[in-house]
Design a binder for this molecule. Sequence first.
Ligand code: BDR
Ligand code: CA
Length: 314
Amino acid sequence: MTTPLPIIIDTDPGQDDAVAILLALASPEFEVLGITAVAGNVPLARTEVNARKICELAGRPDIKVFSGAIRPMVRTLVTAEHVHGKTGLDGPVLPDPKMPLQSQYAVDFIVETLMSRPAGTVTLCTLGPLTNIGLALVREPRIASRVKQIVAMGGGYFEQGNVTPSAEFNIYVDPQAARLVFDSGIPITLIPLDCTHQALTTAKRVEAFRKMPNNSGPAIAALLDFFERFDENKYGTDGGPLHDPCVIAWLLKPELFKGRLVNVAIECESELTMGSTVVDWWHVTKRPPNATVIRSVDADGFFALLTERIAKLA
Ligand code: BDR
Ligand code: CA
C-alpha cells in the first residue's frame, strides 16, 4: 500500500463541508493532519464545533481540530444561514462534541506543519473562505514553496456566481485572501460552480445514504434533505449541488474530472463584481497559468465513490 497523502482540511462546516470531511475520514488514502475551522457559512464559534461534531460522527475523536480566523482579512464577514440554517449543520440532531478543540491557533498550526514537514508533501484542501491560508501566507511567506498543492472549492466562470450575480460564496467572503492565494505560486486545482453544479443530490442518491446501516449515512441524508431545499427552489432541479466533497473526490479519483490549466485573477476592487474569479479560459491574456480549473465531473462516478466510502464508516 502506498503512503497516505498528508492533508489539512480548511473548512467552514456547512452540510457539504461535513460530507467532504466524512469522505476524507473514510478514505485510507489520506493522513488527516488536522482540520482548521474558519468563519464562513456560519460564524467561527459554530464552524469549529461543527467540525468536531463531524469527527465524532465518523468515530474519529482523535482528529485535531483548530480554530482559525474569526473574520475575513479586510471585509466584514458575510454568512449563509439562509442556505445552511442557524447552526450550519441544520437537518439531523448531532450531539455536542466531547473531543477538545486544540489550543493552537489554526493559522499557526498551518505554518508550523508546512515548515516542519518535508517540502512538497502537504496538501491543503480548502472548503471555505481562504482567510486562514491568506493569513498563513502573510505570517510566513516561505510556506508557499513548501505546500504540495491547494485543492480549493470556490469561484465560478461559466456558471458565474451564487451569492452575487458574478461571485461564488467562498471567494466573495474573503477576496483579498483569495488573491493572496492565487498570486502565491502554489499549484492550485480550483473546483468552481461550473463543476459542482453537475454533482446534484438527487432523491435517488440521497436515499442510498439513508439506507446505510451506519450512523454517517442516515446523518448525511438528513443534512442533505435540509441543504438541498434552498438550491432546489432556486434552480428548479432534483437535488442541489454537493460542492465541497468534490475537492476530496478529485484527490481520490482525478479521472472523474476534466479541467484546464489557466490563469485565474480575483476581483477585489469593484463592489459590483467583488470576488469574481476572472478565468482566462481561452488564453486571451499573457497572464501565466496559476490554476487548473475544473469544468466537469462524472456525477454518477462521483456519487458511486462517495456512497462506497461512506458505507465503510462505523
Ligand atoms: C460554497 O459555499 C458554501 O456555502 C459551501 O459550503 C461551499 O463551500 C459553495 O459556494
Ligand atoms: Ca464550505
